[in-house]
Design a protein around this ligand. Structure first.
Ligand code: OOG
Ligand code: MG
Length: 263
């Protein structure tokens, strides 16, 4: 992993604070406010230490998410550049299933496209190479939850340290890889259209999120293993979950993913 300037004891302490907040379902003030400022290399080190805590409890990494890959999300969060976080097996929900709001803090859902890789990807790859390494693509809903107060006013290092607000995700049916560069995406709340965008809102082309992820992993001395799930980032702003709400994403040519919130 890239060098960072925080003592390991601080990295562990901050990772444990976030981990405890998540498990106890309570909000935390932004770490950069309570602990003091730190940069992105430190933030990724905290995220990796938090992941180690989860792996020690038996969770398994199943892939990665990219975040802030669309202008709509960068504006909603008032933060400026793409970030990545690990996804584990316990974050995945069945399609068309339920998620209890009370099992989180203040969850939101957002419309995404997911890739599944069949071959390892490493270093600097082209969009074509990234797509050629995929065995599947699907409509996906990411359900974010931030451990920070009010889900707002945090800095890029805060959100990276906090697993990039990862919490749960849902994949629709997997399809064979296909052209996904400009697909209409419609996000419905209880059957009413709430958000709409082209898939090109995601990094200009969702596969470019995959390219960027592989480059960011390489900067941390890692590759993207075969069999990874990759969330390319939301095409639009996220929608808060409320009890009883059904979120449904339709991606033209790629099918549907849905989830229902319960109290
Ligand atoms: C950060 C995570 C952003 C996306 O798809 O853009 C993200 C946040 O919004 O809290 O997952
Ligand atoms: Mg997302």
């Amino acid at each position: 992993m890239k060098a960072h300037s925080l003592p390991e004891a601080d990295v562990r302490k901050l990772a444990q604070a976030l981990d405890a907040a998540r498990l106890e379902k309570r909000e935390l003030a932004p770490l950069t406010k309570t602990f003091g400022p730190f940069g992105l290399p430190e933030a990724y080190a905290i995220q990796h230490a938090g992941l180690a805590l989860r792996l020690a409890r038996g969770e398994r990494v199943v892939g990665y998410k990219m975040g802030l890959t669309s202008q709509a999300k960068r504006e909603q969060m008032n933060l400026g550049e793409p970030i990545y976080g690990a996804l584990t097996d316990v974050m995945r929900l069945p399609d068309a299933g339920d998620i209890s709001i009370a099992s989180g803090i203040h969850p939101k859902g957002e419309p995404e496209i997911a890739f599944v890789t069949a071959r390892e990807l490493r270093g600097s790859v082209s969009r074509e190479e990234a797509l050629a390494a995929c065995s599947g693509v699907a409509a996906a809903i990411e359900i974010l939850d931030s451990r920070f107060v009010g889900f707002k006013y945090f800095s890029l290092p805060d959100v990276v340290a906090d697993f990039c607000s990862s919490w749960r995700f849902v994949l629709g049916q997997l399809h064979a890889p296909r052209e996904v560069g400009d697909l209409p995406m419609r996000f419905y709340k209880d059957g009413k259209l709430a958000q709409e965008a082209s898939s090109k809102a995601i990094s200009g082309h969702p596969a470019d999120s995959l390219v960027q992820l592989v480059a960011m992993l390489a900067a941390h001395g890692a590759s993207l293993p075969a069999g990874s799930i990759v969330l390319a980032g939301a095409a639009t702003a996220a929608e808060p979950l409320t009890a009883g709400l059904e979120l449904r994403l339709e991606v033209e040519g790629l099918g549907v993913a849905s989830v229902r919130a319960t109290a």
